[in-house]
Write a protein of this length. Structure first.
Length: 294
């Protein structure tokens, strides 16, 4: 419906280059949202994915630019950095019994500070490694590779969530954690695994963002976690846990991008764009509450 409304409102909306722009802007937030889906289904939350994404991109910059190691090692370093951050968040939640909101809020602040410390508060550019930008910006039929990465990861995440033991325990933890514990499942172990998965997705998003900008920007990241969570909620995943899907998250991420892009084309002021997107998130959460009541 949004596509129809914006197409009728502006002839520029349905142009090929604008649609590609929408898909490209969806890719990074979408990958963050895929990871957030796992942890939200457990009934938890991860507020650190945005700054973890930034920290991972900075670490890739350090490995590739400062240490002058091959790009594949930089990519591996970025993913492992995300996994390590996810492990720490999961450990804080499970072993130290810190509420997910507080634990990941602390991780958000830590990784935001580390990004600035490691980079020296300055952007890290990949000008001497021109191949790095091709990770996100190489094109096939005019479509950037970041879009293919996003949809490929969405397929992988969907398989993991619906066809593997991780997915089954993911839903079980969100539906009734105590019953899952009493049935003999190692809740602590599987929760940490789920947070690690979320961190890995944040690491991949960081690599994609750095490749798209051809630089690691240490000041970016704050606010991305809210957009990712909004995409997950709009896609139908319950904040109470126990219900959600990767397809819904993909649709939610696309809705967010289409809405933002359409409002921008219609020259709606930035402050009102934020108000409208916030209103959509509130409606999505209220719709989830109504579904649970029924």
């Amino acid at each position: 419906m949004l596509i129809v409304v914006f197409s009728l409102s502006s002839e520029n909306f349905f142009r090929f280059d604008n649609l590609i722009g929408i898909m490209l802007s969806t890719a990074v937030i979408g990958v963050l949202a895929l990871g957030s889906t796992f942890v939200i289904i457990t009934g938890g939350i991860d507020l650190s994915v945005g700054t973890v994404m930034t920290f991972c991109s900075v670490m890739v910059g350090v490995i590739v630019t400062f240490w002058q190691l091959p790009i594949p090692l930089g990519i591996l370093g970025g993913v492992l950095t995300g996994a390590a951050c996810g492990f720490i968040s999961g450990w804080l939640v499970t072993k130290m019994s810190i509420p997910p909101f507080i634990a990941t809020l602390g991780m958000m602040m830590v990784t935001k500070g580390l990004s600035l410390v490691v980079s020296g508060t300055k952007p890290i550019y990949f000008n001497e490694t021109p191949g790095f930008s091709k990770i996100s910006m190489a094109t096939l039929f005019g479509i950037p590779s970041a879009v293919f990465i996003f949809f490929g990861l969405a397929v992988l995440a969907s398989i993991v969530l619906s066809k593997t033991i991780i997915g089954r325990y993911n839903f079980a933890l969100g539906s009734n954690e105590e019953a899952t514990r009493l049935s003999g499942v190692n809740v602590t172990f599987w929760k940490i695994i789920i947070y690690i998965i979320t961190g890995i997705f944040a690491g991949i998003a960081g690599i994609m963002m750095a490749s798209r900008l051809n630089s690691a920007q240490p000041s970016l990241g704050t606010g991305y976690e809210l957009e990712a969570i909004a995409a997950v909620v709009i896609g139908g995943t319950s904040l109470s846990g126990g219900r959600g899907s990767i397809l819904g998250t993909v649709i939610g991420a696309l809705i967010m991008s289409v809405l933002t892009n359409g409002l921008r084309i219609l020259s709606v002021p930035q402050e009102w764009q934020t108000v409208i997107v916030g209103g959509v998130v509130i409606l999505a959460v209220y719709a989830d509450i109504l579904r649970r009541r029924k």
